[in-house]
Design a protein around this ligand. Structure first.
Ligand SMILES: Nc1ncnc2c1ncn2[C@@H]1O[C@H](COP(=O)(O)OP(=O)(O)OP(=O)(O)O)[C@@H](O)[C@H]1O
Length: 877
């Protein structure tokens, strides 16, 4: 289009003068920007999260003539983008359903001024673009040659959502009829080939200039942590907190932020509360919280370090200081995971993405998706069960992958395997290779005379708790992570599959004291001592066959539950603690007591049955009874280990860290030394023991599996087949973006509980928890009382948090300190006293911990900003 083109020189000048960037972030960013600036043809830009795609259209749009229309999926995302433009004084506006008719008319008028539109950018949702009124407006702009380009941000949504619950996405191509010759620009970070082909077809962009960069995020460390079934939620919270603290310690000075994605609102609140108690400021964020915008602002400004959010806090969040993204639950699809994890490290510095996965995740997602599909089907809608099954299956495969996680993601999006340089949990800890067709012993444990259980793993094996997902990737060769994790699940104290070295030559090790965490309400006897037998950890006493955690009904943990059938080729898995043999390759884990003969290398279920031995899930054994000695001594650099503090070997968790150290030392990768050093520290952290008196609420982690896996769901080898789309179902019974776009997309949570309708999973879980709570309270083991730690010399006028139960004293002390610092700006002498008074007043006036925290941070901000720092501030402000 004549007169719309912008020269590269002008672009570069504006890059600095408008956005303050001295250079392009990458050459690809420059090339793409220059192509968009020509305004002559369609452009498709596919670059990783955080690569700087926005600049590619913002820069030409700012400098060149005319208006750029940007179509974006979420109102929150639109607001974020407009905020960026507002900061650099570029006029931008959005037409959406939150506007009154008068406001809308006003904007339309300003867009149609004879001299040209008053706004450089007009943001729209796909639903708005589908209205005749908007089409007419755009058509008019195009006719008068004031429409520079139509940008489709997060273009993968066309393919991922358009076919499902946002049909208007599929109508975007129709805009071509109203705006012929206006170039389209599609931006995405997550378009697999099939998705990009689909979206380009839909947008009639088949002749577009393509700028594509692989999805590889070299500064992101991906890892998966399995939540073991015989550990409590508190244990994992402790693990999470340690991880966060360590990351913040390692990240040096300056602003440091993090995100913890949770599946439910309740979980957001609980996790945020727990983190706050560890003196890391954290707040929940979900659609049910009115103050979520304030929360986001505080987080962006670094006044709150961690945000515990539902997935509504996803695409478009651009805080350069995010050092970690934790997924407290498994997401529904790898696309969503990549997007959300991609919020970390946008400044290019080393950052971490950790996913905590559990059997609960799989079963909850499966249940939820099935429910949604059934309901849609009942309404006569067509559903693509296979599509949704595949997505969830891929996510599960990611969790179980024993191959490079970067490589896994790259392969999913059709990229070549990147050079990971130990930047993922698998590569960092090293792959475990097994010779094909050569069974190898993993570990053998044999409890004396009572029973024998074993676990074998081989190529193509699926781990117990995931069984049902097709996790196999062929027989022989590498161990599947699932196999490792099964072992891991059986050895509390090891938080990662990749911490668990698996070799065949177990050297003898000194006795190792188990570092496993205590299971609450356990009726198991206390930990025994251990002696190695043939390099194996051995319990010294007979082990009971039953106890808490013993269950034969859990998915993947049972001989009766679903998911215990064979899934991989030549793989048979009959439940944890039993045997599973992969084709050609198998290994065995069994228990063995000192003095007994070692079990044969390969012990199969058949053998057990033949011997009439009871089959008991191995992870029902008390955690504290197993020393991970064998695991310690598996590391190839054991000599190095031996020279280190021997006493540390007595801590299984530290031992696991040592394994990491060793793998690092052997890396020889100059360029990744710094990064891997950081990771070592993190590994350390993950494995480190935490004080046991953390006052978290103990929550039962396990659900009644039979409820999830009845009838249809319990097909062997298959998940409950979910629907098409991105696995994020529509809130049932609603079409909010039609009736009131604001209601849905502004506060969009994409939360399972919201979308499942009724109580959703949360309702079901709450019901289950309540049931279990009742059962627990009936039992002899009452919950431990909440620990209330009063700091020594506590100055709080009311040193009890019972009035705001979720508020810890530590948080109050921190607020007090913040207030004091703020007061001290004007008057050092009385700052503390003023802070104490103000804190007390806030504490008495606020009803919730969140309100309290927000109020204090608001006051601190005001105090710091205000010239009259002595002026009393109303806590209700
Ligand atoms: N030329 C540049 N120099 C320095 N920083 C830049 C440059 N371009 C963009 N950035 C910064 O990079 C970060 C990511 O940019 P942007 O939000 O556009 O990424 P994106 O590719 O759209 O990512 P996502 O797909 O995850 O939303 C932002 O903080 C932005 O300010």
């Amino acid at each position: 289009m004549d007169g719309l083109a912008v020269s590269p020189t002008d672009l570069r000048d504006a890059l600095l003068s408008v956005f303050g960037y001295t250079d392009y972030k990458s050459d690809l960013q420059r090339q793409a920007t220059e192509e968009v600036a020509k305004a002559t043809q369609d452009v498709f830009i596919s670059m990783p999260t955080g690569a700087g795609k926005s600049i590619c259209y913002m820069l030409p749009g700012c400098v060149g003539k005319g208006t750029t229309v940007v179509i974006s999926p979420l109102l929150a995302l639109i607001q974020d983008q407009m905020e960026i433009l507002k900061k650099v004084n570029v006029p931008a506006v959005s037409i959406n359903s939150t506007l009154s008719d008068k406001e809308r008319k006003e904007i339309e008028k300003k867009m149609q001024l004879p001299a040209g539109p008053a706004y450089k950018f007009l943001y729209l949702t796909p639903e708005q673009c589908a209205t005749d009124r908007t089409r007419r407006l755009l058509g008019g702009l195009a006719k008068s040659r004031f429409l520079r380009a139509i940008v489709i941000d997060e273009a993968h949504c066309i393919s991922e959502w358009g076919h499902d619950f946002r049909g208007d996405y599929l109508k975007l191509g129709k805009l071509r009829d109203f705006c012929p010759q206006v170039p389209f620009v599609a931006l995405t970070a997550t378009a697999a080939k099939v998705v990009s082909d689909d979206l380009l077809n839909r947008l009639k962009m088949t002749k577009a200039a393509v700028f594509k960069k692989p999805v590889f995020r070299e500064n992101l460390f991906y890892e998966v942590v399995q939540k073991m079934e015989d550990m409590t939620e508190d244990d994992w919270i402790n693990d999470l907190i340690s991880y966060i603290v360590k990351i913040f310690q390692k990240s040096g000075e300056g602003q440091k932020s993090g995100i913890v994605y949770c599946r439910s609102r309740a979980s957001c609140e609980n996790v945020a509360e727990a983190i706050s108690q560890a003196d890391v400021s954290a707040l929940p964020y979900h659609a049910g919280l009115k103050e979520r915008e304030d929360t986001q602002k505080l987080w962006m400004e670094g006044k709150v370090q961690v945000i515990c959010a539902t997935v509504s806090f996803g695409m478009g969040i651009d805080n350069p200081h995010v050092r970690f993204v934790v997924h407290w639950n498994m997401p529904k699809a790898i696309e969503a995971y990549y997007q959300e994890a991609g919020r970390a490290g946008r400044d290019g510095k080393p950052s971490w993405a950790r996913l905590y996965a559990s059997a609960d995740d799989r079963s909850q997602l499966t249940w939820l998706i099935r429910k949604d599909l059934d309901e849609r089907e009942a309404k006569g809608k067509t559903v693509n069960r296979k599509g949704a099954t595949d997505r969830l299956d891929t996510m599960i495969k990611y969790c179980l992958s024993t191959k490079c996680l970067h490589g896994f993601i790259a392969a999913h999006f059709g990229d070549a395997a990147p050079l990971c340089k130990k930047n993922c949990g698998v590569c960092f800890h090293g792959k475990v290779k097994l010779a094909a067709n050569k069974p190898k012993v993993l570990h053998q444990f044999k409890p004396p005379g009572t029973f024998k259980h074993s676990y074998t793993a081989g190529g193509g094996v699926a781990s117990g708790w995931w069984a049902g997902a097709s996790t196999s990737s062929g027989a022989g060769g590498e161990f599947q992570r699932g196999a490792q994790d099964r072992v891991l699940l059986d050895h509390p104290g090891f938080t990662r599959a990749s911490n668990l070295p698996i070799c065949s030559d177990l050297p003898t090790q000194p006795p190792v004291k188990c570092a496993a965490k205590k299971k609450r309400n356990s009726t198991m006897p206390a930990a025994g001592t251990f002696k190695p037998v043939g390099g194996l950890a051995v319990p010294q006493k007979n082990l009971p066959l039953t106890g808490p955690g013993t269950s034969s009904t859990g998915p993947g943990t049972s001989s009766t539950g679903p998911g215990t059938s064979s899934t991989g080729p030549g793989t048979s898995l009959t439940g944890p603690g039993t045997s599973s043999t992969g084709r050609g390759t198998s290994s065995t884990l069994s228990l063995k007591r000192k003095g007994t003969t070692q079990a044969p290398a390969t012990t199969t279920t058949t053998t057990m049955k033949q011997q009439k031995l009871p089959m008991v899930a191995i992870n029902t054994l008390p955690a504290t009874r197993f020393a991970p000695a064998a695991l310690v001594c598996r590391t190839p650099s054991i000599d190095v280990l031996g020279q280190k503090k021997k006493s540390e070997l007595h801590d299984g968790s530290k031992a696991s860290r040592r394994n990491s150290d060793d793998s690092t030392s052997g890396s020889g990768e100059e360029s990744s030394v710094k990064f891997t050093t950081d990771l070592c520290a993190l590994t350390d952290l993950c494995s480190s023991k935490e004080p046991e008196d953390r006052p978290y609420r103990s929550r039962p982690q396990q659900l009644d599996w039979t409820r999830f896996f009845s009838s249809k769901a319990s097909k062997p080898g298959g998940l409950v087949t979910p629907d098409e789309g991105d696995g994020v179902p529509l809130p049932l019974g609603k079409k909010p973006w039609i009736r009131d776009e604001r209601e849905f997309w502004k506060g969009d949570d994409a939360e399972d509980e919201d979308r499942a309708g009724g109580g959703g999973t949360s309702g079901m879980i709450a019901e289950e928890f309540a049931k279990r709570k009742r059962a627990t309270s009936d039992a002899n083991s009452p919950r431990p009382p909440k620990v209330c730690r009063v700091p020594s010399g506590c100055e709080l006028q009311n040193p009890t948090s019972t009035r705001i139960p979720k508020l810890s004293l530590a948080s109050r002390m921190k607020c007090l300190d913040d207030l004091e610092k703020a007061y001290a700006v004007s008057d050092r002498g009385t700052a503390r006293q003023k802070a104490v008074t103000m804190e007390d007043e806030t504490f008495r006036k606020c009803q919730t911990s969140q309100k309290y925290t927000l109020t204090v941070s608001g006051m601190v901000k005001k105090l710091l900003q205000s010239g009259k720092k002595d002026e009393p501030i109303d806590v209700e402000d």
